[in-house]
Design a protein around this ligand. Sequence first.
Ligand code: M6R
Length: 616
Amino acid sequence: MCGIVGYVGHRSSIDVVLGGLRRLEYRGYDSAGVAVMCGDGVLRTSKKAGKLGVLEAELAAHPLSVGGTGIGHTRWATHGGPTDANAHPHLGDQGRLALIHNGIIENFAELRAELVAAGDTFTSETDTEVAALMVGRLYHETGDLREALRRCVARFEGAYTFLAVHEAEPGRVVGARRNSPLVVGLGDGENFLGSDVAAFVEYTQRAIALGQDQIVDITATSVTVSDFDGREVVAEPFRVAWEAGAADKGGWSSFMRKEVSEQPVAVANTLLGRVNDGDVAIPELTALGDDLLRGIHRIVIIACGTAAYAGMVAKYALESWVRVPVEVELSHEFRYRSPVINADTLVVSVSQSGETMDTLMAVKHARAQGATTISVCNTQGATIPRESDAAIYTHAGPEVAVASTKGFVTQIAALYLLGLHLARVRGTLSSSEREHLTVELLAVPDKIAVVTSEAERVAQLARWMADTRSVLFLGRHVGYPIALEGALKLKELAYIHAEGFAAGELKHGPIALIEPGLPVFVVVPSPRGSSVLHSKVVSNIQEIRARGARVIAIAEAGDAAVLPYADEVLRIPLADPLCEPFMQVVPLQIFALELAHAKGLDVDQPRNLAKSVTVE
Ligand code: M6R
C-alpha cells in the first residue's frame, strides 16, 4: 500500500524523490521519509509522521545538501503505528545503509528474534527494520549491495518491494520485488524506480516493469535486472501511455473533482480502437484465439470494492449478450474457498491499479486451476495484467484520488466491450443488435458530460445535507450495484453511515430503517427497459415516502412517474437501459465528494485508506 521512489542521476535527488512521492502519496499517507546521499559523502535520512507536507516542511526548515542518489517512501502503516520512528527508511550497517519497503514480511517475528539474539537493537516496531538490519549484516559479509539484498530476500515470506542504498556505494540503488509492484524509469544519464509509473512519468515515458522475484540494480547509466538466483534476465521496455502532467491536479480543487470531470474522455479513450464499423474487436484478445473464447462455459468476475460493483453492472449485460452464466465474486472470498474452476471457465479480474493483492492472489489461484484469465486494468506494468493470459487496458489515465470514479466507468466500458467481443465471436447477438449497442456505447461520453455539467445542483443538495448522519441508496437491476457504489463513495469520503440495497429487498428488512427525514437515493430504472421494474421501484418510492423518507430520485429525462413522490429528481439523458449506469453513478460521486467538502474533509486522501491495497 506504500509508495516507493528511487533515483540516480544528475538532478537533485531530493527534488525528484519528493516529486515522485507527491504523485504516489495516494498509496499511503500516514508518514513519509527520504534517504539521500549528501554532498559530503554521508547518507542522511529524514522522516516524519503525517502527510508528505510535514516532511516537506521539515526539509525546508533543515535542508540537506544532496547529490544525485536517493530513495523515498510514503507509508500506510501495517506493523507499528504512524510515528516518526516507524516511518521509513530504516537503517542497517551502523546507519550506513537505508532501506524502504512496501508489503509485509510475514515471518518477521522469528527473524527479529534471531537478530536480537545476535546483538542487534531495534528502534521501531516495523517488520521493515528486520530487512534493513539483515541487509546491513549481509553487506558486511559480501561488500556488494545487490548480493546482500539477494541473499536476504531468500529468508523472507510474504509480499515485498525493497529499495536500498549504501553510503559506500554512492550512485547506486538496488531493489527487489515479490508480489508488490516495482517499475523502472529509463532516463538519459539517469534512472528511476517507482511503485508505479506516476513516480517518474514527468521525466521519462520509457519503463520496465520488474517481474516476479527479480532484483534491479540501477546507476545513472545502467539498469541490470536479475532473478533471485542471481541470473541476469532480459527485461523488455515499454512506452508509458500516460502524458507528463496527467498525474497533476491541473488547477482543480482536488484530484477527485478532476477525475470526475475526466470521465467522458476516459470512456472515449477506452472505446478507442476497439469499436469499428458497428462492431467490437479487442486486439488484445486476438492471441487467445476465437476457439478458446467459443469454448467458455462460464465467466467469473473477481474484484474488490468499486471494481466489484463494475463487475456486478457488467454481469447483466454479459449474460444478456453472451448467454453464459456470469458470477461476480469478491477476490478475497473467491481465493479462500474451493471454487469450481476449470479449463472452460473464463476468469475476468477487474482492478484499476492492477496491484490489489486479494485480486492478484485470486487470479493466480484461478490460473493454477486451469482457467483462462483476462485482466481489466488501468495501469501499465502492473502485476495483475502480467499474471493474466490477456489484458484489456482501460486507458483512463492515472487515477490519483483514493475514491475511484473514472476507474469505475471505464471498467464497465471495458467489460461491455468484452461482452460485445464475445457476442460477435460466439454469434449470440445479430450484427444489427451489436451495431445498435456500439452506437449506444459511443454516445456514452457525451451523455456523461451532460451529467457532470449539472454538478452544481448536486453540490447544493450536498451542502444542505452536510449534517446528515445516515443515507440509504436503493436500486434494482443494473441500478443495484450503482446504489452500492453510491453508498461506498459516501462512506469512504464523508465518513457517513450509508447502505445500498436492492430495492426488491426493501420489505424483507431494510424498510425498518426508514424514519422521518432519512435521505434515500433511489436509482430508478428506465421504463423503456422494463415497465414492470420501473413501476415496482416507483412503488418502493411511495412506500418509503409514506414513512417519512426524503427521496432523491435519479431518473431518466422525461420520466414523470417519479415526480409526485420524490423530493428531488436528478435527471440523466436517455440511453440504452444497460448504458444508464454510466450516467446514474455520476451524481452519486459528486454528492459524496461535495458532502465531504462541506464537512471540511480531504476528499483525495480519506482517513485510514490507501489507493492500492497491496497487502491482504
Ligand atoms: O485498484 P483496484 O481497482 O483493484 O481497487 C479495488 C478497490 O480497492 C477500490 O475500488 C476501492 O474500493 C476504492 N477506494 C473505491 O472508491
